[in-house]
Write a protein that binds this ligand. Structure first.
Ligand SMILES: [Zn+2]
Length: 219
């Protein structure tokens, strides 16, 4: 089996998401950017409609940027086009995770941006988590709208749907998922007290510089 280590990492990430309650049943999907020996751009992605408890590395599918299967027997995630759109728009991103985690989805349903309320939101994600315009599931349009709202940051809400989190490594993408969910919960609770204050602009600016340096996009 080709790309065995990468497929194993994807399955482990999916199980981690499940253990943290960030995905349920077959919702959500995980991918990793790959390059073929000839330099062709590919990605390995979780299969559609398979429970995470049962998923094995051989179930992970390798597809090209057209969405066509290059290797593997299963059908790729129905949201493959969002993953492809992110890799096309952001060469610095190597791993993408999509979840329907609860608190993030509350903000996505309400169309409420997650402002820079915590330092790590800016240093690890690059700033506020914006809400993409609504796009129909599984379409290229949804991917394009997600990328427009993602900008140079590492997380975005999909309106009335869920969240996309990304990173240079699978560890970064997992941390982004957990951070968005935790910060969304804190923001919702703080807002219920009427006191959700944001970081001062100069702090956000300084922390964005740290984010860009860590992301390698500060040139
Ligand atoms: Zn979804």
């Amino acid at each position: 089996m080709a790309w065995e280590a990468e497929k194993e990492e994807i399955v482990q990430a999916a199980r981690h998401l499940l253990s943290k309650g960030l995905v349920a049943a077959t919702s959500g999907n995980v991918s990793m950017y790959l390059e073929d020996a000839d330099g062709s751009k590919l990605l390995a992605i979780t299969p559609t409609s398979m429970r995470y408890e049962e998923m094995k590395p051989e179930d992970v599918v390798v597809i090209d940027f057209e969405g066509d299967v290059v290797e593997g027997y299963a059908n790729p995630s129905s949201e493959s086009l969002i993953h492809i759109a992110v890799y096309k728009a952001r060469p610095d991103i190597k791993c993408v995770i999509h979840t329907h985690s609860v608190y993030a989805s509350v903000l996505a349903v309400c169309g409420v941006e997650l402002p820079p309320i915590l330092d790590e939101l800016v240093t690890y994600l690059g700033g506020p988590v914006q809400v993409a315009e609504y796009g129909f599931p599984s379409t290229e349009d949804l991917g394009n709208k997600a990328c427009a709202a993602l900008g140079d940051r590492n997380a975005v809400f999909l309106r009335n749907h869920g969240v996309i989190a990304a990173g240079k490594t699978m560890g970064d993408a997992l941390r982004a998922c957990e951070l968005v969910e935790r910060a969304s919960q804190i923001f919702i609770y703080a807002s219920s007290l009427g006191k959700a204050g944001v970081l001062p602009p100069e702090v956000v600016e300084a922390e964005r510089s740290i984010f860009k340096m860590m992301q390698g996009t500060d040139t």
